[in-house]
Every structure is written in C-alpha cells, then in structure tokens.
Design a protein around this ligand. Structure first.
Ligand code: NAD
Ligand code: TYD
Length: 340
C-alpha cells in the first residue's frame, strides 16, 4: 500500500485519541498527524505508547486558526482528513454556547477550505446522532440517514451546522466527503464528566452518582473501538458525499447503565441520587446502522462485554482519571452539581 498522510484533528481527546492509536498501529505505512489544541478535554499522556513511533507526529494548533491551518495543509498536502476536534459536552454547551460555534462551525469551515485548497482524497467529518433530535420511547423507531435534522441543544445545533457545511462543500465544490453520525461512545480514555466514566469513578470512590430526572432517558451505546473500525471503513470505502450512521443496537436507560456499573463493582444502589433534569433533555437516541453494515461493518462488542472491558480498564488505569478528577475538573463538578 502506498504511503499516505493522514491528518486527525482532536486526536488528544476521547474518540480521536483511540482512533490515533488504532490507525498508528494498524497502518505503519501511513504517516499520522494528530492536530489538537489541548483544551480541558485533550491530553497527550494517553499516547505514551506511540509517541516515539516514526509514523506519528503531534501538532498543537487551533482548527479555527485559518492562517496556520492553510499553511500547514499547503506544506504537508494531507491525503485524508479525519475530523474529530470539537467542543463535545452537551452540559457545557447549555452553560456557554459561544465556543461551540467557534470550534465546531468556524473550525470545520477552515478545515474544509484548507482541504479544498490542496485537493484531499477524503474528508471524513465525525458527527453525532444528536443532530437528528430525539426519538420517543417507541422501540420500533430509529434514526436513519434520512431522518430530518432537528437538533435540540446548542451542542447538537453546532454539529448540525458543521454537517451542513460539509455537505455544501461536496455539492458546491465537489470535495470528497463523508459524514459519520454515531451514537454515544464509551470505552478507555472517556473523560470522567460523561455518564459512564463519571459513574465508574464515583462508585469506586463510594460517592453519589447524579442521575438526571427520572433516569428513563435512553442512549444507544457504542464501544469506541467499534467506532474506530467504522471510521477506518468509511475512510477507505465510503462513497463520496454519503452519510453513515454508526450504532450497535445497545439501547439502555440511564438508570440501567448506572445500575449495571454499580452491580459489576459490587456496590449498592443507594449511591444513586436523582437530580434536577438537564434542560431540553433528549428522551431517546437509537441508530439504524443498516447502511454501514452493507458497507461491511460489524461491531465486536455487545453492551455487556463492552461495559465489562471498560470497567476493567478504569480499574487498571486509575492514575489517568484520578489526575483529571483531582485537577480543574473539580471546579466544573461543583458548579454543575450543586446537590451531590
Ligand atoms: P472530546 O471532547 O473528548 O475531544 C475533543 C478534542 O478536540 C480534545 O482533544 C480537544 O482538545 C480538541 N479540540 C477542541 N477544540 C479544538 C480546537 N479549536 N482546535 C483543535 N483541537 C480542539 O470529544 P470526543 O468525545 O472524542 O468526540 C470526538 C468527536 O466525536 C466530536 O466531534 C463529537 O462531536 C463526536 N461525537 C462524540 C460522541 C461521544 O459519545 N463522545 C458521540 C457522537 C459524536
Ligand atoms: P452524556 O454522557 O453527557 O452524553 P450525551 O448528553 O451526549 O448523551 O449523558 C448521557 C446521558 O446520561 C444523558 O441522557 C444525560 C445523562 N446524565 C445523567 O443522568 N447524569 C450525569 O451526571 C450525566 C453527565 C449525564
């Protein structure tokens, strides 16, 4: 296989970080450039195993820095751009939407312009099922690629805006793009403000776990490694201009997720504390992945095998998440959860 240059944005974050490790190890003949601003969500300690590898380079930069990004693309002439970098946390977007527009919309447009300028082989835009809005609790309904875009939070509205720009650059300029829309990811290196790692870390410390509202909201959980494999497939085989939904039919209520973790860790449900609901809290997400399966994708994890692997990882890697929960994150937690 010929040598290729791959730019991964947001490769110090949760999913981008897993993807960088996946692709650096899988394709020694690809040169991987990880571009990341290292916001609160980014950290490079996770890449200790690969940082000395010849095919890995880190670049600290802001995707919204037009001058820098255009010059970088002209110098490196990337073949593929896999775009993960984003502000990604719904609760933070409810408190402060501005940075979500700056990073998720303007930053994406800068990358599209740079990709157009040098003529990349493929631009893969990693988006979310949250752009479709919410489903009701009827278990026979799913998000397909044809579901109308109806985002409800400032986060999902910013992601939907970037999706529309990606589409427009394909339609107007013929840029070879794909958009992937995945359900909630979980797995190693998940930042401990999201439901699953928050629950694991708090249950291990015998602390209360905040469950929003009545805990009946449903999410469709996707192990991050299954997501990485999906992106690898789309990057190489996706038809230009197409959207692919990624999800493995692992629907659970939030309460079920929290109870599963408590049970696996042999603790008591008394740790559960119901707290004030999130504003505009989407009821249910559920993905129909048929189109991606037809391209050849098959997940390796069920929710049961994936959650067991994830809990084991958090037990074996305490130093990684303890440095986060003992740092600036403490202030965020205090401001977000007044009662817990
Ligand atoms: P994350 O918040 O863990 O990581 C985001 C990364 O982007 C961080 O390393 C951060 O430093 C970097 N970043 C932020 N602003 C930047 C900027 N201006 N320039 C350069 N880098 C910047 O996010 P994640 O959970 O890994 O999500 C990755 C992508 O997947 C996002 O686009 C998100 O919308 C999408 N997604 C995530 C989920 C999920 O469950 N986590 C689900 C669906 C879609
Ligand atoms: P989250 O992990 O923030 O992902 P998203 O908002 O992108 O779906 O939340 C997952 C679900 O868990 C969501 O329905 C909100 C709920 N939740 C809680 O009940 N308590 C919490 O402390 C958090 C962070 C989330």
């Amino acid at each position: 296989m010929a040598r290729k240059k791959i730019l991964v944005t947001g490769g110090a974050g949760f999913i981008g970080g897993n993807f960088v490790q996946f692709i650096v190890n899988k394709y020694p003949n690809y040169d991987i450039y990880n571009l990341d601003l290292l916001t609160y969500a980014g950290d490079l300690t996770k890449h200790k195993q690969i940082e000395e590898k010849k095919n890995y380079t880190f670049i600290k930069a802001d995707i919204s820095d037009r001058k820098f990004i255009i010059e970088l693309f002209k110098k490196e002439e990337f073949d593929y751009v896999i775009h993960f970098a984003a502000e990604s946390h719904v609760d933070r977007s409810i408190k402060d939407p501005g940075i979500f527009i700056e990073t998720n919309v303007t930053g994406t447009q800068v990358l599209l312009d740079a990709s157009k300028e040098v003529g990349v082989t493929k631009f893969v835009h990693v988006s979310t099922d949250e752009v479709y809005g919410e489903l009701d609790f009827d278990p026979s309904t799913f998000f397909t690629e044809e579901t109308p875009i109806q985002p409800n939070s400032p986060y999902s509205a910013s992601k939907a805006s970037s999706d529309l720009l990606v589409r427009a650059y394909h339609e107007t300029y013929g840029l070879p793009v794909n958009i992937t829309r995945c359900s909630n990811n979980y797995g190693p290196y998940h930042f401990p403000e999201k439901l699953i790692p928050l629950t694991i870390s708090r249950v291990l410390n015998d602390q209360k776990v905040p469950v929003y509202g009545d805990g009946k909201n449903i999410r469709d959980w996707l192990h991050v490694i299954d997501h990485c494999a999906a992106i690898d497939l789309v990057m190489h085989k996706g038809e230009n201009g197409e959207v692919y939904n990624v999800g493995g039919h692992n629907e659970r209520t939030n309460l079920e997720v929290v109870q599963t973790i408590i049970k696996e860790l042999d603790k008591s449900d008394d740790l559960i504390e119901f707290v004030k609901d999130r504003l505009g809290h989407d009821k249910r997400y559920a993905i129909d992945p048929t189109k991606l399966e037809e391209l050849g994708w098959e997940p390796i994890y069920t929710f049961d095998t994936g959650i067991a692997q994830t809990i084991r990882w958090y037990l074996d890697n305490k130093e990684w998440w303890e440095q986060i929960i003992n740092g600036d994150y403490r202030d965020y937690f205090k401001a977000q959860y007044t009662t817990v």
